[in-house]
Design a protein around this ligand. Structure first.
Ligand code: HEC
Length: 107
């Protein structure tokens, strides 16, 4: 058992639970609803993808969702997660997914 004090506690309910249906528990894009999406949800645990996104972009995508030609690919979370502070927590959570995957792959 190793615990390094000062780590962010697990995100309290209200943030990432809205993502798992599509992006999967671990963010790998294999959520239960994934097969029904018009567009396959990308893996949020992919360090390569995450490197291309700034925190601000992730926040923006979470807030406004993703639409293509009027079709909703990913619903906007502005109502489900009304507090911007909470959406920032989701951004941090998303960052941990890729960080974990990367830690496993390299050093
Ligand atoms: C209804 C299914 C669905 C839900 C729920 C959902 N997403 Fe998505 N998400 C998608 C799809 C599909 C895309 C790809 C859309 C596109 O092509 O831009 C996407 C794209 C993204 C991207 C952008 C990746 C990129 O390539 O730029 C991020 C970041 C993201 N989602 C995070 C989240 C987070 C965090 C949540 C929860 C708060 C969430 N999503 C909830 C389906 C979903």
């Amino acid at each position: 058992m190793e615990s390094s004090g000062g780590r962010t506690p697990a995100l309290e309910p209200g943030g990432e639970k809205h993502c798992a249906t599509c992006h999967g528990d671990k963010g790998k894009g294999d959520g239960a609803a994934a097969p029904f999406n018009a567009e396959k949800p990308p893996s949020l645990a992919d360090p390569k993808l995450l490197r291309t996104l700034t925190d601000g972009e992730i926040l923006w995508k979470i807030t406004t969702g993703r639409k293509e030609e009027g079709e909703v690919l990913m619903p906007a979370m502005a109502e489900k997660i009304p507090a911007e502070e909470d959406r920032w927590k989701v951004v941090s959570f998303v960052r941990t997914l890729a960080a974990k995957a990367e830690g496993a792959a390299s050093r």
